[in-house]
Write a protein that binds this ligand. Sequence first.
Ligand code: PLP
Ligand code: COI
Length: 354
Amino acid sequence: MNSIINNIEIIKAKTTKINDVDFDNLKFGHVFSDHMLECKFKDGEWQAPKVVPYQAINLDPSAKIFHYGQSVFEGMKAYKDTNENVWLFRPLENFKRLNISSKRLAIPELPENYFMDGLKTLLQVDNEWIPKKDGSSLYIRPFVFASGNGFHASPADEYTFIIACAPSGSYFSGKVRVLIEEKYSRSANGGVGFAKAGGNYAGQFYPTQLAIEKGYQQVIWTDDNTHEYIEEAGAMNIFVRINDTLITGPTSDRILDGITRKSIIQLAKAEGIPVEVRKLSVHEVVTAAKDGSLKEMFGAGTAAVISPIAGFGYKGEDFDLPEFEDTYASSLKKRITDIQTNKAKDPFGWRLKV
Ligand code: PLP
Ligand code: COI
């Protein structure tokens, strides 16, 4: 039956797909929940969001998303604790970043209540889709794209905001080996690297395919100017541990300001781990790998959580990271996931109950 929650109209799906889903063997982003939030921008303003059945989108071939790539997205997760309470992790950060990305791509910014109330309503309607199993969560993908038409290379006059959800397991299967990039660039000063723009990912696919052919899963991007400094990976920020110090590069025009990254920096400092946010050269990492002071490398992101890096390639040479217990990656992963899933106190006020 259709209804209204939080002032948002809900049009219920006639049937559910949930019984076809194997919640014990979830891949990442492969099956989608029964509903989605949809909201249109037309006549100069965002129209009221609605929860509707998850469905295909009808677009004109001249829709500007296809030609000029005006599209931005976010990645978030909803977690269910043992008492079936539902939690989001720092959702306002995702909302703010979506609008930062939109502004850079000349997409109209969304009102906060459309995003937050829309998201909470969707999660209430699709509550059963939020996995309970440890290590699984409901991956949430808010996105905005140009649904207005025309071949003129200018911003569209209509946009669509959708939130779709996928019950998901881990992003990577197995150990991650990365290739430090020497030729291609993900972003440049003055560009859109800091935005979660769809095109940033399209531009990474070809170099990443080349890396996969060589046996790596991800590329570590280096600065476009000199290729001497480590920036981030395709879907996560990068941390390096040299001796006891945890180092990550500063965010900039070229790097996504990851919510996991900034949470990890705060958590590590609170644990008494020495943390340095500074430029990190490939030379320094290679030297540390050779002299044994390179202890750990890991990626941090919503989808990837904290993914330890087993080794990296650079200029035709391969380097392995040491294997040992009690890594920063494992302790920080436990700290952050315990907070996200309401297993531990939340001293920073990051959790939001839905
Ligand atoms: N860097 C890139 C390019 C990403 O796609 C992501 C994923 O969202 C991240 C970093 C990590 O950001 P967050 O921790 O906010 O998910
Ligand atoms: C996320 O971590 O949420 C992301 O958006 C990365 C994505 C490319 C899978």
